[in-house]
Design a protein around this ligand. Structure first.
Ligand code: HOZ
Length: 427
């Protein structure tokens, strides 16, 4: 028995399902989750001493790779000065300013501890600001595990076939409307019926939680225009895309402007930190300036803010995003070559350093397009790659993430392994 398997058995005695977040379990691919010991650059080492090239990147934050020396130094220096004060610090001001400089739509920003917290706080704020209660989201998008979002949700909720969770009061769920991603007519239909009651529309500008699904040209701007027309708040959930697809996130990439933006992952440099920010007139409604309540003992935690500041500074080096793009394109080109050698129905979708390798012909433009996905083949692909020391997300309906630490040699090794595994699947 491996040490991972042994630890998993022990974990199940104390932790529900043996994991602290469902997507970590190998429920969708079978087998035992790998327990990790350490990470450095693009590599992870498990408790049995096996090394992997990492394509999960902690589900997005590790854009610089694991244990980047300057981030580690910043974290250690902050920890030496005290880990939490429950009171304001200089670093919070620095990080808040850095966020506003990178996202022109963010005039004020509140730091929290996770992307989930950012999104549920953003919804409360939108409801408090507009005095309306309904929200619009998209089937297959995931905005964390807040009650308003677990209705036809993506990520683990989709993977485990529980898109709508027990425990969410029906009254709450009835206020959440789901539209079809990339289908503006489906959004218009909801606004036509409920326009005056809709507080906000929230969307992942590039969906990462039903696999990677890019927006069709003009789709985000149509959402921007429609929400403005109806007086609803336009929330872009840039938890995955913020600082990843561009310095200023998807908003910079597609030239759209949100009323509220939610952030997580990269902004915390691998530590628990999220943020929500946007128009000053909206953010003014947050307590203590305004009446909408939101608070947190660890909000703006000094160690997390130190990691975030160090990470964002490193992302300011010239050429960082073009390097990430070149590496990601090299990986995509490699995948396309091996895809051309098989008759399997496959589709590779990518924006910048986020991508998904779908086991369906594609293109995947919305949740409906996932109906033909061969998750059985994905599971075999996943394990074939794992055997070859490549760690993919253990679920088909997730994006994978590249980092600046991946070398060209790493990327070529990944595509070579993919070619071998696919050849085995085709027979
Ligand atoms: N939201 C991330 C995956 N889509 C990972 C967070 C989690 O659910 O563990």
């Amino acid at each position: 028995m491996t040490q991972s398997a042994d630890l998993f058995e022990k974990a199940k005695q104390f932790i529900p399902g043996g994991v602290n977040s469902p997507v970590r379990a190998f429920g969708a691919v079978g087998g035992t989750p790998i327990f990790f010991e350490s990470g450095s650059g693009a590599r992870l080492r498990d408790v049995d001493g096996k090394e992997y090239l990492d394509l999960v990147g902690s589900w997005g934050p590790m854009i610089l790779g694991h244990a980047h020396p300057e981030v580690v130094e910043a974290v250690v220096a902050a920890a030496r000065k005290g880990s939490s004060f429950g009171a304001p610090t200089r670093a919070e001001v620095t990080l808040a300013k850095m966020i506003t400089e990178r996202f022109p739509s963010v005039e004020r920003v509140r730091l929290v501890s996770s992307g989930t917290e950012a999104c549920l706080s953003a919804i409360r704020l939108a409801r408090g600001f507009t005095g309306r209660e309904r929200i619009v989201k998209f089937e297959g998008c995931y905005h964390g595990h807040g009650d308003s979002f677990l209705v036809k949700a993506g990520s683990g909720a989709l993977t485990f076939g529980m898109p709508s969770s027990p425990g969410v009061p029906a009254a709450f769920a009835s206020l959440t409307h789901n539209a079809r991603f990339n289908d503006i007519a489906s959004v218009r239909a909801i606004f036509a019926t409920h326009g005056r009651e809709i507080a906000a529309l929230i969307v992942e500008p590039i969906v990462g939680n039903m696999g990677l699904v890019p927006p069709k040209p003009g789709f985000l701007q149509e959402l921007r225009d429609l929400t403005r027309e109806h007086g609803a708040i336009f929330i872009l959930d840039e938890v995955m895309t913020g600082f990843r697809v561009a310095r200023g996130g998807a908003q910079e990439l597609y030239g759209v402007r949100a009323d509220i933006t939610t952030l997580g992952k990269v902004v915390g440099g691998g530590l628990p930190l999220g943020a929500y920010g946007g128009r000053a007139d909206i953010l003014e409604k947050i307590s203590p300036q305004g009446p909408v309540y939101q608070a947190g003992t660890l909000s703006g935690n000094p160690i997390a803010t130190a990691a975030g500041i160090a990470t964002l500074k490193l992302l300011d080096r010239p050429g960082v995003y073009s390097e990430l793009e070149a590496k990601s394109k090299r990986l995509e080109d490699g995948f396309r070559k091996v895809m051309a050698r098989t008759k399997l129905a496959l589709c590779f979708q990518r924006v910048g350093s986020m991508a998904t390798f779908f086991f369906t012909r594609g293109p995947v433009e919305s949740l409906d397009d996932l109906s033909g996905v061969r998750t059985d083949l994905f599971a075999r692909f996943f394990h074939g790659m794992l055997e070859r020391g490549i760690y993919f997300p253990p679920a088909q309906y997730e994006a994978f993430f590249l980092s600046l630490a991946h070398t060209e040699g790493d990327l070529d090794r990944i595509t070579q392994a993919a070619g071998e595994v696919l050849a085995g699947l085709a027979t």
